[in-house]
Design a protein around this ligand. Sequence first.
Ligand SMILES: *[C@@H]1O[C@H](CO)[C@@H](O)[C@H](O)[C@H]1NC(C)=O
Ligand SMILES: *[C@@H]1O[C@H](CO)[C@@H](O)[C@H](O)[C@H]1NC(C)=O
Ligand SMILES: *[C@@H]1O[C@H](CO)[C@@H](O)[C@H](O)[C@H]1NC(C)=O
Ligand SMILES: *[C@@H]1O[C@H](CO)[C@@H](O)[C@H](O)[C@H]1NC(C)=O
Ligand SMILES: *[C@@H]1O[C@H](CO)[C@@H](O)[C@H](O)[C@H]1NC(C)=O
Ligand SMILES: *[C@@H]1O[C@H](CO)[C@@H](O)[C@H](O)[C@H]1NC(C)=O
Length: 936
Amino acid sequence: MTAFSAYLVVVFVVLSVASARNKSPLIDEEHVKTRNKAAECVFGKQVRELGSQWIPDLGVPIGVLYCMKCECIPFQRKRRIVARVQCRSIKNECPEPTCEEPVLLPGRCCKSCPGDTYSPDVIQDIVPQNIIEEEEKSVKHYAALLTGRSSLVLKNEAISHDYNKNNVVATGRFTFHKKNLHYSFYISEKAARPRSLHFLDSEGNILEDFTLSHPGGLVTSLYQNATRKVCGVWKRLPKDYRRMLKQEKMYVVLIWGAKDAEFTLSGQLMRYVALATEQFSSLLEPAPGTDPTLMAGTGGTAIVSISTSVSSSLHIAIIFNGLFSRDEILEVLLNVTLTLDEKKQTILQEDVRVHKPATNLNLVELSSPVTQAQLRLLTRGRLLLSISSASKPEALRLSGNVITKATCELFQTTLSSNPSDHNGNPYGTSGLAWMYLNNQGSLIYSVQIDSLPPKQYPIITLVDLSTKRRTELEDLTPYFHDGWANGTLDKLSPKILEPLYNGKLDVNVAVSNYTAIHGRLISKPVADARDAAAPILLKRENYTLPASAVGLAWISVDSDCHIHYDVTVSGLGTDKKLDLDMELYPMIAPGAPFISKHLEEFQDNQVEGSPVEALTKEELSRLDSGVNFIKVKERDTKVILLTAIVTKVKVPPPCRAPYTDNNVPTLFDHPEVVSTGECFYEDKFYKEETSWVSSREPCKMCFCQNGVPKCDIMTCPQLDCPTNNVTVRGECCPVCVESLTNRDTTPQKCIFNGRTYSPGSKFNPFLIPTGFDRCTECECDAKDLEIKCTRLNDNEKTCCKNCNKSTVNVDNPMNDDQVPLIEINYPPSRKEMSMKSAELVLMEGGCKNLNNPVKPYHNGSEYHPFIDSLGEYKCVTCKCQNGTPKCQRQHCDSTTCKRMIEMRRKKITINTSDFCCSLKECRKLRHRKNRKPHNS
Ligand SMILES: *[C@@H]1O[C@H](CO)[C@@H](O)[C@H](O)[C@H]1NC(C)=O
Ligand SMILES: *[C@@H]1O[C@H](CO)[C@@H](O)[C@H](O)[C@H]1NC(C)=O
Ligand SMILES: *[C@@H]1O[C@H](CO)[C@@H](O)[C@H](O)[C@H]1NC(C)=O
Ligand SMILES: *[C@@H]1O[C@H](CO)[C@@H](O)[C@H](O)[C@H]1NC(C)=O
Ligand SMILES: *[C@@H]1O[C@H](CO)[C@@H](O)[C@H](O)[C@H]1NC(C)=O
Ligand SMILES: *[C@@H]1O[C@H](CO)[C@@H](O)[C@H](O)[C@H]1NC(C)=O
């Protein structure tokens, strides 16, 4: 049999078995909606790198095909190189065994003898999957200059040789990290956003392509619109391409216009030392008044950095072409100037020499000391960089403003309290911050703060951590509203940039005298998930988790309908293994059918990616308009640690499903669907008339009234502590330190209304529908762990200090979730007070009295329940225990039964309820007695 027919036979067998399952990686290859990436293979649910080999595993019922070998091979389709899976049988490649009795080892295709080394089923050159080579962990920087002249380097017919009459210039910055290549472009203002981007090899073959804009489409990314940059990422470069990049043999092409009237610019990805410290960039274009013929197709880019080690100095690297006359071939003198644009005031003027001019690419570098005032001008984008020919300065000159670094990046952090400070953050205050620089050098920032203590106004500052003094640089709180400080720092101090780029800038939030949260800003490239409008704050699931636990998530859906996510968590410790899950609900309603998706496992405290299997249109529709949650769970226990509600993911219309029965219009279209009588609060449903503690703020209690959650925040009764007081995690009010000193391994606590209280703590009971009763003080008695409540005189200062206000915390800026705070009117009316004493009994663990609601049963008391037709029903005895009646029916015993039977025999009418026994039960009792000897 030839190799070819063997392949056919095997594939035929596989196909016929697989068609029953209607899903097999071998045949589904063409249909699976992959991520539209040409340079990798998708087999089953796994992404395979170009060049990798594997033995296919088709799962149940086929299993592993040991005599097949698959490979992800490159394949030329016109100018494009695409990857494709190729599988073949290796059975007839098996070497002839050299011994008499060869054996077939498990997991092998070929029989072998002891000592045989070669076998085709041992894959020799597998590219390891998901293993990042050591050297790829470090970040590598590349840059490209795209001009009419640099485009000529690629001598490919398909690339237009337009001399670029409008002299459009573009420059790219590339960072390669962990197999991913992030790209950023600055393009002449005279050009629109390009249609697409290609990465090419030196032959002009397309290695990968990206769509940058759709016809007539606006730029949906806020960041890219605000900065005019073009941002994105090429994920998982195959090994060969990584090598190509390293050897500077990779090119980029930007393409404008329709297919038949294309305009392109291209350039080569090169490494420059200066890129590692780049803080500013410049795009250099032919200066006004220069010779258009001599300057055709020319341009440049500058990499600018500042060092402030001893004194401030400026370093400029300029990559350019043009500027040379035909006769200038060696040691050509050029003139570099940096001027204040309007006033033509010269900041820097230096002559540089080019040893051997090249048509497409030249590099000059210079350094110069600068003053603080000059740095400030630089930071604000006011300086113009020019480079001109010394011989013909008027005709041959390139110039451009020095502006924010061309790389697409933002800075982000979670904000949380110090994990070691257990009592410093009783409200579980947390938050997030992100910011970026626009082209004018302004810092655009957004800071979100959640669960602020009542009536606190935070002070948010940027702090430089690189100096010992921890200098406060800027105040970000001239404006704080609804938990957000959004703003722009226009006149940015140059002192901010260096710590910002070096990861030494802290966002510090002083919440109150005793609480502070903070986080250090980290630079992240803008692409995929991080190109969404705003990140989402993940909050701890409930207050039993440390107050420092917090997360930041970015979620987006691209135009190919793939979801991207990037989640960073902090304050959960380093020992936990974490998972990221997503739950998609069509609307908020109890029992709504939800789709649960496991997205990915965390690596340390971060997870970034996109599921291999695309989401279905229904799932994407829910993502777009439903109510969704992302949850960070502990992998082994499945305990939910952090959650966030996700409502504003923009899904491109073609990715969404039309309405179907299963995909009903949502809450936001039809608010009536939620009127189920249950309250939805902090990701949970609560029944009407029930109360609960906010899972995130231990001082906030809520109850459900007519389907609307209403909340109140407790002000703790004053304590008289000999020394100091502390707040125990999960509790609202502090206790004196003394009462915690002799605590054993399992501290004893009072339990009241489903909440625990440390001995010695004081609190106000929570009543429905009025909220915390500030005129009643309860205490957890340290001796017998009982709750003792005292009603304060209305005139007592402690009570009325809080009572006089008609509303509580109306000015609380953090009225999160739009839950109304209860209005409390004081002093309460007489009727309310009598109601309250009944309710107080209930609060103290008493039980409802259906016959007389004003007189509930006290906690611990025994009673007979009241039954409408019978009155008090003596055959049942109840004991009220912490709000729940535990009831027992009296059992028949033989004495009672004997008496009943006796009376019956004497024809005396009996009322069985007087005996709490029926004759039927007596017969049963006798039966059981009689049967006993048989069973034993
Ligand atoms: C894009 O930027 C322009 C100019 O900065 C601004 O006027 C416009 O509103 C922005 N568009 C969006 C969608 O943000
Ligand atoms: C460089 O330019 C400056 C200002 O444009 C001029 O004063 C200076 O003479 C020039 N230097 C050379 C070597 O041409
Ligand atoms: C601040 O910005 C965020 C994110 O863009 C937005 O959700 C929020 O509503 C803004 N808040 C205010 C008060 O402007
Ligand atoms: C907290 O700060 C406020 C104002 O800044 C001050 O009046 C008050 O005394 C401080 N309280 C404590 C306990 O330090
Ligand atoms: C807090 O969350 C954990 C994990 O989900 C759960 O086991 C525990 O019962 C929750 N506690 C409260 C008070 O909700
Ligand atoms: C706890 O102590 C602080 C200062 O040590 C004091 O301001 C506060 O009022 C005390 N809290 C209570 C509830 O007594």
